[in-house]
Design a binder for this molecule. Structure first.
Ligand SMILES: C[S@@+](CC[C@H](N)C(=O)[O-])C[C@H]1O[C@@H](n2cnc3c(N)ncnc32)[C@H](O)[C@@H]1O
Length: 402
């Protein structure tokens, strides 16, 4: 129990979330000990504690409302679906009209759509968005990301973030949005907010609400947004960057005073009951080593309070929620989450490892696939109680620059 007060990271076991998946029922700060005794958040360090309501001083009240309506739109999705094209273009034109006489549509994007599509390459049977990023962007990967989004929803009891967002959020940035499930969901929840979703890869999501725009943008280059955001969300980008401090600096610069950054990533699979020589351990070790060799480590090494504070963020806190892999938990809610996450993990093994191990460690694609099959057998067959710790870091840009 004592560790909850002492550690920079507060480990919150997912069983603490209430059994029903309901947006208002989630209590992310009800910590559960090994004995499943609930511990309330008031035992945490000051620095770890959830921000209280009066601390939600995001500037949402209007002194720059017109400016808030200006858009960094470089592309409004033309996808068909629930939102009509005219609804989308009306919304886009409204932003553009408010922008004044001239809008440089390319301003916020460092690549054109055509250029991005042309850069796509096929390698060992998977499609990648460029020659460097290690994860594929093909249909299989998009399905995996959609499954992963559902796991997050189950884990957070229907919530989309652990950050204490006020109702009147105006501008949200989703960095590396992938197929855009989160960006679309946050746009649907905050209908008066403008949501900008960026990625280096081309995804063409359908059913995009009119207040969500997708841009091709490489966040390792200087960010060129002209309007600040209330909330910046970066989920599952571990292994994408060699210099996280540079990303945090840009995020800090592009947040409004009082705004929040949330960074979410996963630890490698943990299996308390299995041997250190398991195929899972061999797999996670090899992927970690390959990503480090590539200069873009996977994992949660970038979720350090000191890194965030180093660029000016304050009120940094991390919540860790364990997600079971498989149906081994007794609790039925955790069982269904575990079943879904097992599918996500099995689907993700090859996606995570194929490019890294073939390029960095000179493995043959068949060798990678053979190891993935062994890991799958271990995860599906053994009584190993595997789980993945999900880390949620939230940091606040102070109201007054320090
Ligand atoms: C594992 S996916 C996660 C997608 C999404 N955030 C989610 O949680 O479902 C990582 C995404 O980051 C994108 N990405 C990688 N490097 C990037 C960069 N330098 N700039 C913008 N996006 C990037 C990838 O193209 C990919 O879509």
């Amino acid at each position: 129990m004592g560790t909850a007060t002492a550690a920079e990271t507060t480990r919150v076991v997912s069983s603490s979330a209430r059994s029903a998946v309901h947006a208002t029922s989630f209590d992310p700060f009800s910590v559960v000990s090994n004995q499943n005794t609930p511990i309330k958040s008031n035992i945490m360090n000051d620095s770890d504690r959830v921000e209280v309501e009066e601390d939600l001083a995001i500037d949402v009240d209007g002194e720059d409302d017109d400016a808030d309506n200006r858009s960094d739109i470089s592309r409004v999705s033309s996808a068909s679906g629930r939102y009509s094209t005219s609804e989308k273009s009306q919304y886009a034109s409204c932003f553009l009209a408010n922008q004044g006489a001239h809008v440089d549509l390319g301003r916020a994007s460092t690549k054109s759509l055509t250029e991005s599509i042309l850069l796509q390459s096929s390698e060992n049977g998977r499609r990648y968005c460029n020659d460097t990023y290690f994860m594929p962007n093909d249909d299989t990967e998009q399905t995996r990301l959609t499954i992963l989004h559902q796991v997050y929803l189950l884990l957070l009891g229907g919530e989309l973030t652990t950050a204490p967002l006020p109702r009147r959020v105006r501008r949200v940035l989703d960095v590396g949005s992938g197929p855009g499930d989160w960006a679309i969901a946050i746009g649907e929840k905050y209908t008066s907010a403008e949501v900008v979703a960026t990625d280096i890869s081309v995804f063409q999501p359908t059913d995009v609400p009119p207040n969500v725009v997708f841009q091709i943008d490489d966040v390792t280059e200087e960010w060129t947004f002209t309007q600040a955001f209330d909330f910046i969300h970066i989920r599952n980008l571990s292994g994408a960057f060699s210099d996280w401090a540079a990303i945090y600096r840009e995020a800090f610069k592009h947040l409004k005073p009082g705004g929040y950054l949330e960074v979410i990533d996963l630890e490698p699979i943990q299996m308390p009951k299995s041997s250190p020589n398991s195929y899972v351990s061999i797999f996670t070790g090899a992927v970690q080593a390959a990503s480090e060799k590539a200069g873009t480590p996977v994992g949660v090494g970038h979720l350090k309070r000191s890194m965030l504070e180093g660029v000016g963020f304050r009120s940094v806190r991390t919540t860790v929620l364990d997600v079971p892999i498989g149906t081994w938990p007794k609790d039925s809610r955790k069982q269904s989450m575990g079943k879904m996450w097992l599918i996500g993990v099995l689907e993700g093994l090859e996606a995570m490892s194929l490019r890294l191990l073939t390029r960095q460690m000179n493995w043959k694609a068949e060798e990678v696939r053979e190891l993935c099959d062994k890991v799958k057998a271990e995860l599906v067959g053994g009584n190993i109680e595997a789980k993945t710790p999900f880390h949620f870091l939230v940091a606040k840009k102070p109201l007054i620059a320090i």
